[in-house]
Write a protein that binds this ligand. Sequence first.
Ligand code: NIG
Ligand code: FE
Length: 414
Amino acid sequence: MNSVLIKNIGTLLGISEATSAVRGAAMERVEAITDAYLLIVDGEIASFGEMASCPVVEDIEVLDAQGGIVHPAFCDSHTHLVYAGSREDEFIDKINGLSYEEIARRGGGILNSADRLNEASEDELFDSALRRLRQIAEKGTGAVEIKSGYGLTLDGELKMLRVIARLRKAMPEMAVKATFLGAHAVGRAFAGRQGDYVDHIIADMLPAVAAEGNADFVDVFCDAGFFTVEETDRILKAAAKVGLRPKIHANELDVSGGVQVGVANGALSVDHLERAESEELELLAGADTVATMLPGASFFLGMPYGKARRAVEAGCAVALASDWNPGSSPSGSMPMVMSLGCIKMKLSPEMALNAVTINGAAAMDLARSYGSVACGKAGSVVIYHPWVPSLNYIPYAYTEPQIAHVVLRGKTII
Ligand code: NIG
Ligand code: FE
């Protein structure tokens, strides 16, 4: 693993010993040191502090931040970045007025991606996903969750999870978590037989997924037109028996009951929440489950935004993630997600930074090793150009290329 001394940091942001999500008023706090250094040894943060106490090191790469801001790398806790092809034709349908649900009903949407994925070879999938992984690394992401869910067949789902395992090996400086999302839509072979498909997930897919050992978590799209609360509950209980903790899609299209069934099953996170109301937010405020919102999907589909500010004020632990996928959010840019969090969801830049770092890490069960600057955590940080004047500027100048360097586990990516 790599070592590097980053010196002349203008402001080192995100200093915290937190090993779990921050919630409510604590989301407003971002600890900082000005005129700082950060020493990364063998991929981990070894020490940091004021430049005046910067250690003299030999045989270690030195990176001069030239007064730029530094913060922990982004932790993107919800993506579907393994997919075949793209769906820009549906994008045109959307421009012409069709909704996400209408496109799905016409056989487009997730099933369209599933057809292409089942035709693609494992190597093809791996190559395109590795390209996307490199893209997000260059944009400052240091930890990412990737879902299956475009196979919707036993072979297709296992193939996706194998691709995710290969990605982890191919890019060891990026933390990669894998989620089994067989219940993303009903596979074509089971059209009109949703109950049988759920039985197939439980009886055949989950044991095979567990046997291959490539999944960390389980997900269900618990929403109008997709899977019911009862089906979700059955799948989550079966997944718990093989050690997979839930991270679920809930309340994107309707007040689905997904938050309740997720919390009842000890979900690490419930994600989307565009239609979550006070009842859901109060429930999440009293639970360990992270409330993950995906403003990129709201932006792209023209949906309401999740009530992130209200969720923080209610005492929730809010994370923001990119939801990178070909249908509802064809972007893995976490700087853009942070900007949308501030511009559209009225988060302060401090809240947004916590949402895309420590809380994203917590939503992947990675907060002990990612999401803040602390000795022993991963040496994964974003270094801004010296002309970026403040944290407030980062989400404000929302298309400006502000990032000068990205260092992941001590390796300089750009
Ligand atoms: O998170 N909502 C469900 N799944 C994805 C979209 C998948 C697709 O359209 O391909 C999402 O938005
Ligand atoms: Fe998603």
